[in-house]
Design a protein around this ligand. Sequence first.
Ligand SMILES: [Zn+2]
Ligand SMILES: [Zn+2]
Length: 338
Amino acid sequence: MKIKSYAALAAGQALELYEYEAGALGAEEVEVEVEYCGVCHSDLSMIDNEWGISQFPTIAGHEVIGRVAALGEAAQTKGLKIGQRVGIGWTAKSCQHCDACINGEQVNCQQGSTPTILNHGGFAEKLRADWQWVIPLPESLDAASAGPLLCGGITVFKPLLMSNITATSRVGVIGIGGLGHIAIKILRAMGAEVVAFSSTPAKKQSILDMGADEVVNSRDPEALKALAGRFDLIISTVAVDLDWQPYFNALAPQGKFHTVGAVMKPFQVSAFDLIMGDKAITGSSTGSPGQLRSLLKLASRRDIAPKVEFFPMSKINDALDHVRAGKADFRVVLKADF
Ligand SMILES: [Zn+2]
Ligand SMILES: [Zn+2]
């Protein structure tokens, strides 16, 4: 079985039309015909081999919406049907038998899970993943815009689950881009108080329209100072180093500062920032299949749709340049047109 894709043949190169031999479908695998695939910053990091784990050719793409095209022998009895609409996110495979997998924490598989990109990703006409990671899409969810929920969305949903966020919680979100804007929409749907920290004043009105109670200019030290002691949880989605101290100060007693942004520079925090008020600094990556299913159901029930702009997949290099230049209107989604 040959599959057409758009691949980077070497680090940092423009993608090229590339056909690969996928071999026989594994027993646990599901083959999905791609309809839409979101563009995440991790795709760029993998194409550029920023984390040193890429293998070339690299076929990125891990915010996939599509239809089940084939089911491996063992996957045939797992509730998925040919033609069913599904989503695939960051992870394609996990061992199914380690303690983490048995506990429903497959994203932290102790045998090492396989990312979708290293398994051949969704910038392609088809891709494959083990059945647990092929997430049924609720009927009423808008398929065209749902892709970013599978990576960007779950990445900001998981900290809300970890911190038991409820309607009485006060949450801050740093960086209102692809991930942050979905966080605002989810928190709004959950009824929590949500304050957005953005360095782009031009985005203020659209962030308020998404449901933020307040938008604070993150470049204004006085505005940050005024928020001391306010938040139960602050989620940082930015991948750049900031002056974090005002955000630590903005935590309420027992508050958590939680990063999902891959900041390369270590955080500097004094022991007293954590000791006084029982505070914590935490982090997480994406989510497990159960959490992905919960998020899609919530999104369907409460109309949580990422704000996206579309490119045909044949214009994928234009789309990647658009994201690299920071011009994305929150998130870019590619529509497959092979
Ligand atoms: Zn991603
Ligand atoms: Zn495992």
